[in-house]
Design a protein around this ligand. Sequence first.
Ligand code: 13P
Ligand code: SF4
Length: 319
Amino acid sequence: PEERASLKARIKQLLKEKQAVLVSHYYVDADLQDLAEETGGCVSDSLEMARFGRDHAAQTLVVAGVRFMGETAKILSPEKRILMPDLDATCSLDLGCDAAEFAAFCDQHPDRTVVVYANTSAAVKARADWMVTSGIGLEIVQHLHAQGKKILWAPDKHLGGYIQKQTGADMLLWQGSCLVHDEFKGVELELMRAEHPEALVLVHPESPEAVVALADVVGSTSQLIAAVQASSAPSFIVATDNGILHKMRTAAPGKLFIDAPTAGNSATCKSCAHCPWMAMNGLQNLLHVLETGANEIHVDPAVGKQAVVCIDRMLDFAA
Ligand code: 13P
Ligand code: SF4
């Protein structure tokens, strides 16, 4: 703990000296979430991270999350310096959606409006009409459906399927998934819910359909935290990355939080639902990038110029 405290103090000092701001996701190490809040940065879901990075005056942003979050920040603010604790922190959705294959898929369906999830590469975004995050995807597809648009959706099949079901939109789905949320299982969750009838079931929509079907609240990370704040329930079953529990416990001290069951693990497993790429962000590598300026994110300016169109559409819609 002493070492952690001194690392945190040094990081705070460097953020100030370098006039840099820290933007953290709810799935990263609790210390990195706290540091972002304590130093005037932000800890939030991917929609808010994008908006905060774009609007903040700082010329250096340190993004503690996964690669697509750093790339989105760079695409929105090409003039800023974007650093990340580990450039190899990727996402199974991004990895499962190769830009050339995706372009071929789009070419086969020119009549469809292309909507991509934020969890994609800059090159995939460059081919899209709209980018969405889990916090606003439903509303945007609703809006497009009302205009009579047919949609090509990528890459998360569970989020896409959920939105399709809720909106009734005509959606052709890419078959990607998140390796963390894909592990949540409906049958086991139903048993757990029966054991805790007083608990509110909170589910991120990257989870399989059978899990989403059992949810009291479905939403982005920020929306799930807001649901905890608004609820009088004494306990919560949480089907998303367990990095989020830090914020939930702070928001509702004294309440009980239970990890939703994952395949092959016990219901009380503490580390089963945790993204291996989010876990690559730590105090040591954060300090290293602040000291050295290493791990800068670069996006081909031509690709960025095309990709920004679909991100701006989302941010304008959300405004
Ligand atoms: P949120 O936008 O809900 O924070 O989700 C990002 C993500 O990667 C979830 O796995
Ligand atoms: Fe990607 Fe899933 Fe990790 Fe989120 S939790 S970054 S969707 S692999």
